[in-house]
Design a protein around this ligand. Structure first.
Ligand code: ZN
Length: 211
């Protein structure tokens, strides 16, 4: 089955700068609004990540400690675990292999994370497909978020980027957070699991670096 992936953005320069972003059309031409929204999503994700990494230098800051407690169930001693993950994502976004793909509806037939068509799943925020040898595919974010919900588009992008570039996991309802980031959807995730949980990183970044 051909997915409805219509646009992809690629970062083009390395060496720590985000660089130019290039649009690639497939199958369906997206208008200026979609182009702009896709680009703004990626740029906002990058600035969110940068600001969050900057915060990690301020281990004494209460705002940082509170966020680490909420999203990682840990104290400031977890910073050396959190920082390398975020830096892997930052590096991934600047090494020329960045891509964002979306589709033309939010409820089209999607595939789940195992590459299996899942038309009984009405709504998927985003995904990366697992490739050979542990590699990960392109970052997908639903068009509905890209066009209508910048916060969730950026959060989903960062979530998927941690899968792609830092090999994070999901832990089901125990690992996914409520949309407002106030708490996990179900209790039970451990601190150790949080430190490898994609949504913990995504909402942590949104709390610390999203402007
Ligand atoms: Zn995930």
């Amino acid at each position: 089955m051909q997915l409805g992936n219509k646009v992809a953005w690629f970062g083009t320069s390395g060496k720590g700068s985000f660089g130019k972003v290039r649009l690639k059309h497939r199958e369906l031409f997206f208008g200026k609004a979609e182009e702009q929204a896709s680009m703004q999503t990626v740029e906002k994700a990058y600035s969110t990540l940068q600001l969050t990494i900057g915060w990690l230098r301020h281990a004494e800051a209460q705002k940082l400690k509170d966020a680490i407690q909420l999203y990682f169930k840990s104290g400031a001693s977890a910073i050396p675990r959190i920082q390398p993950i975020l830096e892997l994502v930052q590096a991934g976004m600047t090494n020329g292999k960045l891509s964002l793909k979306t589709d033309n509806t939010s409820t089209s037939r999607f595939v789940n994370q195992f590459g299996v068509e899942a038309d009984d799943v009405p709504y998927i925020e985003g995904y990366v497909r697992n490739g050979a040898n542990g590699s990960k595919g392109d970052i997908h974010v639903t068009r509905d978020y890209i066009m209508n919900n910048r916060f969730q588009a950026v959060r989903t992008f960062i979530h998927e980027a941690t899968h792609r570039f830092a090999n994070t996991d999901d832990f089901g309802e125990q690992g996914y957070m409520h949309a407002d980031g106030s708490d996990f959807r179900a209790p039970g995730i451990t601190a150790e699991q949080c430190l490898n949980n994609a949504d913990s990183y995504a909402y942590f970044c949104m709390a610390m670096g999203y402007r």
